[in-house]
Design a protein around this ligand. Structure first.
Ligand SMILES: [Zn+2]
Length: 195
């Protein structure tokens, strides 16, 4: 296994495509919208070796950007694998926040000490709500958020946090209501992947 140094965007994209995490075609999403792209990060995360390589690359970029971290925190579920592997690469500990009665909380005796520097890790950000919530948890305990690290930025670069964001891939999916779908108009039938 490599330590992920110097993964290009093409390398990253290839890993998402070869695991079926990123498909091109004609899809009906769970929202009912049609799209030319289907994305399911869990299909990449089911491969620990690929996950470790991608997170090693995130850790390398964080270090190159001068980010110093004492620990990593991630929102469960998808963030867990990313947070764990980034923490391994940075040789720091990894904790997580989990849903309790509809909001994220840190349980299980995990500590956030005043002044402690965290990387907030997540698999995918779209609107960034869970990352925001995790940042607030760290700040609420007196900790510092040094950076946010995600595998995929699905906001196409529009999401902003109170800390620098490092991502490996930006995706801007195109979606349409079925009645306006150009792929349907061409006579195609939408697939339902992952259902
Ligand atoms: Zn369609």
């Amino acid at each position: 296994m490599t330590n992920g140094v110097g993964l290009s965007e093409a390398d990253v994209l290839a890993m998402f495509r070869e695991t079926g995490a990123l498909l091109s075609g004609h899809f009906e999403l769970r929202s009912g919208l049609h799209s030319d792209q289907y994305f399911q990060c869990a299909l990449l995360l089911q491969w620990p070796d690929r996950t470790a390589r991608l997170c090693g690359e995130l850790a390398r970029r964080l270090t190159a950007a001068g980010v110093e971290a004492d620990a990593v925190i991630s929102p469960a579920m998808g963030g867990l694998f990313v947070g764990h592997e980034i923490a391994r690469a940075l040789n720091v500990r990894s904790i997580f926040a989990e849903k309790q009665e509809g909001r994220l909380v840190v349980r299980r005796g995990f500590a956030i000490r005043p002044g402690e520097r965290f990387v907030v890790a997540e698999d995918v950000v779209t609107r960034g709500g869970r990352v925001e919530e995790t940042i607030r948890i760290v700040h609420g305990a007196g900790g510092v958020v040094a950076a946010v690290a995600v595998l995929v930025d699905r906001s196409d670069g529009t999401v902003r946090f109170d800390a620098p964001l490092v991502s490996l891939l930006r995706l801007a999916p195109t979606t349409w209501p079925p009645a306006e779908c150009p792929l349907c108009r061409q006579g195609g039938r939408a697939e339902h992947p992952g259902s």
